[in-house]
Design a protein around this ligand. Structure first.
Ligand SMILES: *[C@@H]1O[C@H](CO)[C@@H](O)[C@H](O)[C@H]1NC(C)=O
Ligand SMILES: *[C@@H]1O[C@H](CO)[C@@H](O)[C@H](O)[C@H]1NC(C)=O
Ligand SMILES: *[C@@H]1O[C@H](CO)[C@@H](O)[C@H](O)[C@H]1NC(C)=O
Ligand SMILES: *[C@@H]1O[C@H](CO)[C@@H](O)[C@H](O)[C@H]1NC(C)=O
Ligand SMILES: *[C@@H]1O[C@H](CO)[C@@H](O)[C@H](O)[C@H]1NC(C)=O
Length: 350
């Protein structure tokens, strides 16, 4: 593995211009008007080889920006707009079934975890993670963090010293679910039956300053609709919730499984007209000092190719999780209420 330091003097006015400069305001249902424009970049950084996939990680505590591509991680200094490090990450264990691009070590994950930089890559259909230490990349043993091919669905979240990920365990994209993979708490995962053909969009820990043990993780995804009515959209969008301190059940019951998993439908549309945007595409969580005021901005598309943004407050979301009836339990909600930590049942909230 080679590793060296170079200084580059051209780079990076990544200026993003918001909609204010647009001649036409985006309207509900428009398809051709961009929401976000980039200013013309006069002197950017050019990849030496065209990259079909890049991942970015900006360290919150410094001006370091990491960019991962095929077989490399670049580190840029955002203060001086310079490339300061070029880390080569060659594939270590290509699967014999890989062909061309899939044989490369396409970086899919860059996160800060336990004071190290965690980098994962598809590694020629044999996903692998490394800790990037000053003396070089140190391989890690976990699986289920990087997908096998960069285009497969996956997400990662580092929260409160633990690493969470949703990535397939099969090279066909199968066994995709949300798990706690590493950290100080027990590893836990889901029952496959809890979700149906999911696409994970985002996951977020919502902090509660005065009540950290009661903090929850929210997972946003879309999945196959169990309503097979021909009128129904085949896809439905979801928000799921697990407790941060959930370490799974006892040896005999729900060992290494989430015991606090609940999911609810994420509804966006015009109920009076039965017009719904069912296909979640992106999520931004705007955290507030008081968690009740934390807001979730969700971008949806519809079966007729229109888009919409719906905004939810954490207060609304928690009210649904805490106070709704459960599917299949019209009147008598079991006590203690499911979704409370260490209560080992799974229910879909209607
Ligand atoms: C990007 O995709 C093209 C077409 O599939 C392929 O020829 C090329 O090698 C890919 N580039 C990289 C860096 O993987
Ligand atoms: C990074 O290092 C690799 C391997 O030494 C080299 O081929 C590549 O040109 C370098 N990239 C840049 C931007 O210097
Ligand atoms: C996790 O455990 C390690 C070693 O036991 C400890 O140093 C670290 O502070 C712990 N992290 C958290 C967030 O509790
Ligand atoms: C929506 O867009 C897709 C892809 O562009 C296209 O195949 C499909 O026909 C469109 N559907 C409608 C209802 O316009
Ligand atoms: C549940 O409903 C009760 C009564 O309406 C309300 O006081 C409480 O705040 C609700 N819980 C949440 C988490 O919103």
């Amino acid at each position: 593995m080679t590793r060296f330091l170079v200084l580059y003097y051209h780079f990076l006015p990544f200026t993003l211009v918001l909609g204010a400069d647009l001649k036409e305001t985006p309207i509900l249902g428009s398809q051709n008007i961009p929401r976000l424009l980039t200013e013309e970049i006069t002197d950017g950084f050019k990849y030496q080889v065209q990259q079909n996939h890049s991942v970015f990680f900006k360290d919150e505590d410094s001006e370091d920006l990491y960019v991962g591509g095929s077989d490399f991680v670049y580190k840029f200094d955002m203060d001086h707009l310079q490339l300061i490090e070029n880390i080569t990450l060659n594939p270590t264990g290509q699967d014999h079934q890989c062909i061309q691009e899939s044989c490369q070590n396409v970086v899919t994950v860059i996160e800060k975890f336990n004071d190290n930089l965690l980098v994962c890559a598809a590694n020629g259909l044999k996903p692998q993670c490394w800790d990037l230490s000053p003396s070089g990349p140190i391989p890690r043993k976990e699986s289920g963090i990087s997908p096998f091919i960069y285009s497969q669905n996956s997400l990662t979240l580092v929260a409160d010293g633990d690493l969470y990920a949703a990535a397939p365990l099969g090279d066909d994209g199968g066994f995709l679910q949300f798990r706690r993979i590493a950290g100080n708490r027990t590893n836990v995962w889901m029952h496959d039956s809890w979700v149906s053909d999911p696409t994970f969009i985002s996951a977020s820990l919502v902090k509660r300053t005065n009540d950290p043990d009661n903090e929850k993780m929210y997972i946003f995804f879309r999945e196959r609709n169990s309503d097979h009515n021909p009128e129904a959209d085949p896809w439905i969008s979801r928000i799921a919730r697990v407790c941060k301190v959930d370490e799974g059940g006892s040896k005999r019951f729900f060992q290494n499984k989430w015991t606090s998993f609940l999911k609810a439908r994420l509804v966006c549309g015009f109920p009076e007209e039965s017009l719904y945007f069912n296909r979640l595409q992106d999520i931004y969580v705007l955290h507030a000092e008081n968690w009740h005021e934390t807001r979730v901005y969700a971008l949806f598309t519809s079966s007729w190719n229109s888009t919409a943004v719906c905004i939810y407050s954490m207060e609304m979301i928690e009210n649904v999780f805490e106070n709704s009836s459960f599917r299949g339990y019209e009147k008598d909600v079991p006590q203690p209420r499911p979704g409370t930590v260490r209560i080992c049942f799974y229910f879909g909230v209607t």
